[in-house]
Design a protein around this ligand. Structure first.
Ligand SMILES: Cc1cc2nc3c(=O)[nH]c(=O)nc-3n(C[C@H](O)[C@H](O)[C@H](O)COP(=O)(O)OP(=O)(O)OC[C@H]3O[C@@H](n4cnc5c(N)ncnc54)[C@H](O)[C@@H]3O)c2cc1C
Length: 376
C-alpha cells in the first residue's frame, strides 16, 4: 500500500498547485495527482489577466490577497513571473453599463481599491489608440495587471518539491475511497491506491466528475472560451481593455509586444470543448480592429480553445463539504488564475484551522445562488 499523506489534491492546475504550495508551507505532506501534465487543463489556456475590480466584497478581498502575493512572487520563487500592473480599463458604450460601474464603486472604494470612473476623454488618455465611436466612459484601476501563467505554475511546482511534497503527472484519479461517510483515499486508473483523510477537488472543468465519485452533485457547468495572440506590434498602451458590448472583446499587450485576448461567446458553448473555431478567429479579429483600429494589420499567430467552469452566480465554491475530509475549490469561471494565490492560502486555512478568513458566504456550498457577479 502507498504511504498515507496529509492531503491529496486532485488536479495539477493553478488552483491545485497553489493549494498544495500553501498547505506544504504549513508543514503538510501533500500529494498532487494530475491526470495529464501541469497546465494541461484551463490554466495553460488562460491569458493571464489579474484584477481586483469585482462587484462583491468577498471577491474583492480575495483579489486583494492575490495581488499581495503576486507582488511577492519574484522574491518567493527566485525568478520573475512577468507580473506587471498596467491596469484594467472597463469601457461603457451605453449609459446602463456606466451606471453599473458607478453603483459598484462605493463597495470597491470602501475596501480601498484605487479605482475611478472616467469620461471618454480620460479613457483615451490611458489608451489613446481606442476607437472613440460610441464610447461614453469607463472605470479604471491602475493596480490591476497580468502575469505569465506558466511561470507561476513553475514557481509553485518548484516550491512544492522544495517543501517535500509531491506532484505526480499522468496519474488519473478514478475512484474516491470512503469509510463511514469520510474520505480515506483515492484509486487511480493505473490501479494505485493513495491514502489520506483530506482530499481537495481542484479538477477545474472536471470538478463535477470528481464530485460524483464521492456522491456529490456540484452545480458547475464547463463552457468553451477561445483566445488568440498576435505577432509583436509596436507599443500601444499598458492596460487591459474590456469592451462590454454584446459583440465586444478584451485584450492587452504583453511586455514583448504581442496582443492577447478573448471574447465571451453569446450564446455560450456548453461542455468541455477545446477546439479553436474559424468563427472565433474572424470575430475576434473584427472586434479587436473595431476597438483599436491600429490593430487591423496585426497578424494573429495562434488561437486556441479552453474552458471556463461556470457557477450559477459567477463565484467559486471554496469550502468543506458534507463528506468529512472532502473539500472543494471549484467553479472559477474566468478568474481562476487571478484567484489562485489567495485561494491557495485560504484553502489551507479552512482545512488546517477549520475557520474562514472573512465573511465567506459568497463562496460557501449551499449558498443562495440568485445573486450575480456584475463584473464578469
Ligand atoms: C481562453 C481563456 C482565458 C482565460 N483568461 C483568464 C484570465 O485572464 N485570468 C484568469 O484569472 N483566468 C482566466 N481564465 C480562467 C482560468 O484559466 C481558470 O479559471 C483556471 O485555470 C482554473 O484553474 P483550475 O486549477 O481550477 O483548473 P485546471 O487548470 O483545468 O486544472 C484542473 C486539472 O485537473 C486535472 N484533472 C481532471 N480530472 C482529473 C482526475 N480524474 N485525476 C487527476 N487529475 C485530473 C486536469 O487534467 C487539469 O489539469 C481563462 C480561461 C480561458 C479558457
Amino acid at each position: 500500500m502507498n504511504p498515507t499523506v496529509d492531503v491529496i489534491v486532485i488536479g495539477g492546475g493553478i488552483i491545485g498547485l497553489a493549494s498544495a504550495y500553501h498547505l506544504s508551507r504549513r508543514g503538510q505532506k501533500v500529494l498532487v495527482l494530475e491526470k495529464k501534465y501541469p497546465g494541461s487543463g484551463s490554466t495553460g489556456r488562460c491569458i493571464g489577466g489579474i484584477r481586483q475590480q469585482f462587484s462583491t466584497p468577498g471577491t474583492i478581498r480575495l483579489m486583494q490577497e492575490s495581488v499581495r502575493q503576486f507582488r511577492l512572487m519574484k522574491e518567493e520563487f527566485g525568478f520573475p513571473v512577468e507580473y506587471s500592473e498596467g491596469g484594467y480599463l472597463f469601457l461603457a458604450h451605453d449609459p446602463q453599463r456606466l451606471e453599473i460601474f458607478k453603483a459598484i464603486l462605493p463597495v470597491q472604494k470602501k475596501l480601498g481599491l484605487a479605482v475611478e470612473i472616467l469620461d471618454a476623454a480620460a479613457c483615451l488618455k490611458i489608451a489613446p489608440q481606442l476607437n472613440p465611436d460610441g464610447l461614453l466612459g469607463g472605470v479604471f484601476s491602475p493596480e490591476d495587471g497580468q502575469a505569465y501563467p506558466f511561470k507561476v505554475i513553475e514557481g509553485y511546482i518548484q516550491e512544492i518539491k522544495r517543501l517535500h511534497s509531491q506532484v505526480r503527472f499522468f496519474t488519473e484519479v478514478s475512484e474516491i475511497l470512503l469509510e463511514n461517510g469520510a474520505v480515506i483515499g483515492v484509486k487511480t486508473t493505473a490501479g494505485e491506491t493513495f491514502h489520506s483523510r483530506v482530499l481537495l477537488n481542484a479538477a477545474g472543468p472536471w470538478a463535477q466528475e470528481i464530485g460524483r465519485m464521492a456522491g456529490l452533485e456540484l452545480p458547475i457547468a464547463p463552457e468553451e472560451h477561445e483566445a488568440f495572440i498576435t505577432d509583436r506590434v509596436p507599443p500601444l498602451f499598458a492596460t487591459m481593455v474590456v469592451d462590454y458590448r454584446a459583440d465586444g472583446c478584451y485584450f492587452y499587450q504583453r511586455s514583448n509586444g504581442q496582443v492577447i485576448g478573448c471574447y465571451s461567446p453569446v450564446p455560450n458553448k456548453p461542455g468541455i470543448i477545446t477546439e479553436s473555431s474559424l468563427e472565433f478567429l474572424v470575430e475576434m479579429s473584427k472586434r479587436t480592429a473595431r476597438l483599436v483600429p491600429k490593430l487591423a494589420t496585426a497578424r494573429v499567430i495562434r488561437h486556441w480553445g479552453g474552458c471556463y467552469s461556470m457557477t450559477p452566480d459567477g463565484s467559486p465554491f471554496i469550502d468543506k463539504t458534507e463528506i468529512a475530509g472532502f473539500y472543494v475549490a471549484n467553479g472559477m469561471c474566468g478568474h481562476g488564475f487571478m484567484f489562485s494565490p489567495a485561494i491557495g492560502r485560504y484553502v489551507s486555512e479552512i482545512i488546517l484551522d477549520g475557520r474562514y478568513p472573512f465573511d465567506w458566504s459568497e463562496f460557501r456550498m449551499g449558498r443562495d445562488l440568485s445573486r450575480q457577479e456584475l463584473m464578469k
